[in-house]
Ligand binder design. Structure first.
Ligand code: V47
Length: 372
């Protein structure tokens, strides 16, 4: 037994965690049952200590963030996700679609100078077809050659390929040729079918998300992955979700980062139908830690300050997270559903949050190369 292993076990209050700690120290893979116990144990700080051990082994104190801008080209959506407060139906006074000119004009504004990553996800609107995206990406790249284009959930790519009458493979090839460089991790929600039937009528098949991610990875298009937690799902659904991500990553290696998404309860059908409370700080920290422990093959775990608050994201850095996401500038999906955090943070603010928590802040690009 190494000295490190003695140290790690000293942090455990629940003796049932000892075999898991031994596996963590040996770098051994955790099982479905281990995952359930990590959710069930009252020993949150023990789970956190194990996750921190892995975080230190992988990244030391290094903690990344990116100068990013969020934007949604449309909020019109024909899919019915019960948890979403962002979508608008055609005819709704809030409904909008942005043209390529609108988006370029937006990115030219002084507040967007210095942005290195443009992160776009949006509604499922059948009037947008492949030529809209090819035109948008090629014009953005012509105007801002160094801007990284991180666009589409896996479900969006499936949808827009279908409405364009082409295969997902062709859709990805053409978007990549026009400038698409990576994809965000949204839209995965919870893979378990019985939960999807309740929370995302219209995108019931989890396999679509996983199948498109696999195609993207095989084409050299890196993506992130997420899980929406804190609604009607149970721990077994969360473990199942994480292990399905791990299994795909074993085969492709294409996931860069995992982001646990805390369900925001306001102004959506799901919280009108069920009595659902906001996630607690303990729940949020446990999600970060369990992910770090189960997802042994995904390099980066984000503490997403928008959904769990800046303060908790700082603590999340000691529970397994090594990435604070980014500056964002204007966030709508979480804020329309009740998030009380700022719309964006400056690089200086992110730097201070990370440093104050005892970690080393590093500005990265989308592929985790650090800017000097
Ligand atoms: O796709 C929608 C989810 C996602 C709610 O890849 C909700 O770097 C909580 O994907 N409460 C958008 N979640 C956010 C997202 C993301 C965030 C940060 C980083 C990255 C990344 C990706 O949020 C949506 C959907 O899955 N969502 N409504 C809600 N009420």
């Amino acid at each position: 037994m190494t000295r490190m292993s003695l140290d790690l076990k000293r942090h455990l209050k629940d003796p049932r965690l000892v075999p898991i700690a031994e596996k963590v120290e040996r770098g051994e893979r955790l099982t479905f049952e281990d995952g359930l116990l990590l959710y069930e144990t009252p020993d949150l700080s023990g789970v956190g200590a194990m996750a921190h051990h892995v975080r230190l082994r992988l990244h030391g104190l290094k903690t990344y963030y990116v100068a990013s801008r969020r934007l949604s080209y449309t909020n019109i959506c024909y899919t019915h996700c019960q948890f979403c407060a962002f979508q608008a139906k055609p005819g709704d006074p809030r409904a909008y679609v942005l043209s390529a000119d609108d988006i370029i004009r937006e990115m030219e504004k002084p507040e967007n100078h210095g942005v290195r990553e443009l992160h776009m996800v949006a509604g499922h609107y059948p009037k947008l077809k492949i030529d809209y995206f090819e035109d948008l990406f090629s014009r953005l790249k012509a105007r801002f050659p160094d801007l990284h284009l991180k666009v589409f959930t896996m479900v969006e790519m499936d949808y827009y390929a279908r409405v364009s009458g082409i295969s997902v493979e062709e859709f990805i090839d053409r978007c990549m040729a026009a400038g698409l460089e990576s994809c965000p991790g949204g839209g995965a929600e919870i893979f378990a079918e019985e939960i999807r039937e309740e929370i995302c009528i219209g995108k019931k098949e989890a396999d679509i998300w996983l199948r498109v991610a696999e195609i993207a990875h095989r084409k050299g298009l890196p993506t992130n992955c997420t899980m929406l937690y804190g609604h009607i799902e149970k721990p077994a659904h969360r473990v199942d979700h994480l292990l399905r991500l791990r299994e795909l990553q074993d085969r492709t290696g294409g996931f860069l980062a995992y982001i646990p998404l805390a369900y925001q309860v306001e102004d959506n059908e799901l919280s009108r139908k069920y009595e659902i409370h906001e996630t607690t700080g303990a729940q949020d920290l446990r999600e970060v830690a369990v992910a770090r422990l189960l997802l042994d093959n995904i390099p980066h775990i984000k503490a997403y300050w928008v959904m769990i608050t800046e303060g908790l994201a700082q603590i999340g850095l000691s529970y397994g997270a090594n990435d604070m996401d980014g500056t964002i500038i204007e966030e709508t999906i979480a804020h329309l559903a009740g998030a009380k955090t700022p719309q964006g943070l400056t690089k200086g603010e992110l730097d201070r949050l990370i440093r104050d928590a005892g970690f080393e802040p590093l500005e990265r690009d989308n592929l985790y190369q650090v800017y000097a």
